[in-house]
Design a protein around this ligand. Structure first.
Ligand code: S3P
Length: 448
């Protein structure tokens, strides 16, 4: 079983890039496959989650070449795919399973979606209900609303679905199914979730409408094939942004990172906590805003993270909880019940690990209250099989007395190949010397 050892480092003074955005990489593969021609996608994340999507699309007959570690050439199938020969294994990836369920609902054959133990516990009713309303036949094999899911797709009806959760995965699943329906399919969310699907479909010349929190798509549109550049993942940058923000004298510049404003909530939270943050959008011409973020560290102060801000920082909450532990005063996270159904129960996992490091923390139903300012003690921790928990606590270890060991860290490969090398270079860096972190081209997936 893999483990990571973290220990106190000098204040970070560095410039880095991070691997491609996970959400955007999944979509680039899926929309390329739906399109009417060849799409070259650069800067892809080839972590395990996105490779699950690549394998799934290949099992539906899509030709995908990988001429370089982070480049893929996707040969679109104009909305027509082959029936898969076996199960489609989504591994640990909720995004793969939920988005693919939308796609498979529109295809005239039977398929079976499976995943690992964590994914098999995650709620799928949120996509089963709307897709069944559209006319797909979907069975949760164990009758508990979770995977394995058997999908018999075919002709779909357009619906207007009111989602009980603000979830980009739910919205995207329905919008993708909507491509196969005759007429207008709409999704209304209770709040704003990340909008990569809308931006990317528009880039592929698909017509969508947006009114408040309602997004609509017209069926029978074939996305136009176009090449695509995936920006760095702000959710991966988040770990280093917190490592720099919480240390007086530290400075970090993250370059070529996605700055879509449905994803940059973490920057606002760090500013509220007292960090100096400079965000420069350098490119808005294509689909997504891309640029750099520079953070200067300080002694942070506690804050409240709640309400509409939650969907925007949902993946960053574990490392923001660590920031709260390093801050003076109290940090409160509420309205974040969704954290309980991520790759692990992230409320319980964060509370358990912060407690083990000597931080007073109270778990609530929908969040936690963290008493900052305590000295962090190195400890033996578990990742609970969750990549973001593993990485958040590797960051906590950079501030702790003594060694922090995080067990069960294979899961980091799902979203951030190369994380451990970057961590090591920060731990080894000498005081007062700028660290240049090499761009790591992960080879987690063998080129084909
Ligand atoms: C994602 C959306 C978010 C996020 C997940 C990726 C996506 O989940 O937590 O890591 O790519 O659409 P929800 O849409 O369920 O909130």
């Amino acid at each position: 079983m893999a483990q990571i050892k973290s220990r106190k480092s000098q204040p970070i003074d560095s410039e880095i890039t991070v691997p491609g955005d996970k959400s955007i990489s999944h979509r680039a593969i899926i929309f390329g496959a739906l399109s009417n021609g060849t799409c070259v996608v650069h800067g892809l994340l080839t972590g395990e989650d996105c490779m699950a999507t690549v394998r799934a699309m290949r099992s539906l007959g899509v030709r995908i070449e990988q001429p370089a570690p982070d480049t893929m050439i996707v040969h679109g199938r104009r909305l027509r795919f082959d029936a898969p020969e076996g199960d489609i294994d989504c591994g640990n990836s909720g995004t793969s399973m939920r988005l693919l369920a939308g796609l498979l609902s529109g295809l005239p054959f039977r398929s079976r979606l499976v995943g690992d133990a964590s994914l098999t516990r995650r709620p799928m009713r949120r996509i089963i209900d709307p897709l069944v309303q559209m006319g797909a036949r979907i069975t949760s094999e164990n009758g508990n609303g979770c995977a394995p899911l058997v999908i018999e797709g075919g002709a779909l009806n357009p619906i207007h679905y009111h989602s009980p959760v603000a979830s980009a995965q739910v919205k995207s699943s329905i919008l993708i199914a909507g491509l196969f329906a005759k007429g207008k399919t709409s999704v209304t969310e209770p709040g704003r979730s990340r909008d990569h699907t809308e931006r990317m479909l528009r880039y592929h010349l698909v017509t969508l409408q947006q009114e408040g929190f309602t997004t609509s798509i017209y069926g029978d549109q074939v996305p136009e094939s176009r090449d695509f550049h995936v920006p760095g993942d702000i959710s991966s940058a988040a770990f280093w942004l917190v490592a720099a923000a919480a240390r007086p004298g530290a400075r970090l510049l993250v370059k070529d990172v996605g700055l879509n404003d449905t994803r940059t909530g973490i920057l606002g939270v760090l500013v509220r906590m007292g960090a100096r943050v400079r965000e420069v959008i350098e490119e808005m011409d294509q689909v997504e805003s891309i640029g750099s973020v520079e953070v200067f560290g300080t002694t942070l102060k506690g804050t409240v993270i709640e309400g509409d801000e939650i969907p925007n920082v949902i993946d960053e909450l574990p490392v923001l909880a660590v920031a709260g532990a390093l801050a003076e005063g109290t940090t409160i996270i509420r309205d974040a019940r969704e954290l309980r159904v991520k790759e692990a129960d992230r409320i319980a996992a964060v509370a358990t690990n912060l407690c083990a490091m000597g931080v007073p923390v109270t778990e609530t139903d929908d969040g936690m209250q963290i008493q900052g300012g305590a000295r962090l003690r190195g400890a033996k921790l578990d990742s609970f099989g969750d990549h973001r928990i593993a990485m958040a606590f590797a960051i906590a270890g950079l501030f702790a007395e003594g060694e922090t060991v995080i067990r069960n860290t294979e899961c980091i490969a799902t979203s951030y190949p190369g994380f451990e090398e970057t961590l090591e270079s920060f731990i080894r860096a000498k005081a007062g010397r700028e660290t240049h972190i090499p761009v790591i081209h992960p080879h987690s997936a063998a080129p084909v």
